[in-house]
Write a protein that binds this ligand. Structure first.
Ligand code: ZN
Length: 424
């Protein structure tokens, strides 16, 4: 039995750190990380991940959509069952080293530890390094995970990047094959669980002074735009009581949105106005149009829908009070994906065994797990990231925290293995 001493954790973290550093070499920019799906850098990173998998004793291969697979065969029991571990190795433009990459690296190292420690598992375990999570190059996202989950829409292969290159052609150029994607789907009966370790990309764990947290759900989201119509007028001559000022209506709605989101205490509801446009946009003209965007996310769909309804009601009330009609457009509704309760419990036990609290939090960002949950039970662990900063070259995860992540994944698999053995 490996005891949880600082040295063991540090050594695991250093292994993770060196693999992360190795992956940093595959970037289309020098002082930052840009690795888009099916780029030259992505292909090179796939080869690097393949080699790293083989070094630790996994059977590695790259599939028709550029997902790298590293298989560790079951050491006992029914080998027809499998557990998947995954994340992505594509990045945003000028991104960080840990988003996605950390989950792949932690997966590889956890399986190395499973082998080294002679831990017997009653299922195959496969690490997956997906290529299309960020959706930056093509107007698609989660393509590679969708193929494995069996929920791929083949029409997405005809979508093109800014240079007019379709996913289909980009795949062909890199030795992939869109036409054989349907064969990549795994069977539901054979797939027990999908586990993903990811940096939090937010400040919660850091604020609690914790290296790891158990994810409860990937938040559902909805987006809106509100456009108020006013009447343009001279800033000096129209008295306040006779104005129809679209900018004032937008400002009042922003305050109302903030109030609605802050009033919700049970679930983690977040609402963001990230874009405001005022027309005509002149210092001495009353605004005749004001548009604001809204992004609402919550781990509870009903709670989110209630908040949306309250915001829409407020938008209409403000419109009539100020005599500025509002046009409301809503789009992109995604329901919450819940992590498996059983996997959350097991992960919580693992954290407690490691002397850490069983801390739970939702994911406000999307992940490969969102799609993989359509195939099997989803479990996710978050790792603290410095300052909550992500999608930025400043993204950072400490060596020690990465060590904790590897150790937790080893123990999570071990626990899942003994539960599975006792159930079957
Ligand atoms: Zn990610």
């Amino acid at each position: 039995m490996i005891t949880l001493d600082g040295l063991a954790i540090k050594a695991l973290g250093e292994r993770a750190s060196s693999l992360i550093e190795g992956l940093n070499a595959f970037s289309s920019q020098e002082d930052g990380l840009t690795r888009l799906y099916l780029s030259k850098e992505h292909k090179e990173a796939c080869a690097y991940v393949c080699a790293a998998m083989e070094t630790v004793g996994l059977t590695a291969s790259i599939d028709a959509l550029g997902t790298v697979h590293g298989l560790l065969k079951a050491s006992e029991g029914n080998p027809s069952k499998r557990v998947l571990i995954g994340s992505h190795i594509d990045t945003v433009r000028n991104g960080g080293s840990y988003d996605g990459n950390l989950g792949v690296v932690v997966g590889i190292l956890a399986l190395e530890e499973i082998r080294k420690r002679g831990i017997k598992l009653p299922f195959d375990v496969e690490v997956l390094a997906f290529g299309d999570e960020e959706g930056v190059r093509f107007p698609t996202t989660l393509l590679s995970a969708s193929a494995i989950a069996g929920v791929l829409d083949p029409s997405e292969f005809d979508l093109s990047d800014a240079d007019g290159i379709s996913v289909r052609d980009a795949l062909k150029a890199l030795g992939g094959d869109a036409d054989s994607a349907s064969a990549l789907a795994y069977s539901r009966d054979e797939t027990l669980a999908y586990l993903e370790v990811h940096i939090e990309q937010g400040p919660v764990l850091e604020s609690k002074d914790l290296p790891l947290g158990v994810v409860t759900a990937i938040a559902g989201a909805r987006r809106f735009s509100f456009t108020y119509k006013g009447v343009a007028g001279h800033a000096g001559t129209v008295p306040m009581g006779l104005r129809k000022d679209a900018a004032v209506s937008a400002a009042q709605l922003i305050c109302e949105i903030d109030k609605v989101a802050k009033a919700e205490e049970q679930f983690s509801l977040v609402a963001t106005v990230g874009d405001v446009r005022i027309k005509p946009g002149a210092v001495n003209v009353i605004a005749d149009e004001a548009m604001l965007s809204l992004d609402v996310r919550c781990e509870d769909d009903e709670c989110r829908q209630q908040a949306e309804a309250a915001i829409v009601a407020a938008a209409n009330r403000i419109a009539s009070e100020n005599n500025t009609p509002v046009e409301i457009i809503d789009y992109t509704a995604i329901d919450t994906v819940h992590c498996s309760k059983r996997l959350q419990t097991l992960a919580g036990e693992v954290l407690q065994d490691m002397g850490l609290p069983d801390f739970r939090l939702m994911s406000g960002a999307g992940h490969d797990g969102q799609v993989m949950a359509q195939l099997c039970d989803l479990g996710m662990l978050f790792v603290r990231c410095k300052g909550g900063i992500s999608h930025n070259p400043l993204e950072h995860c400490s060596t020690e925290d990465m060590g904790y992540a590897v150790e937790a994944l080893v123990r999570w698999l071990e626990k899942l293995g003994s539960h599975h053995s006792s159930e079957s």
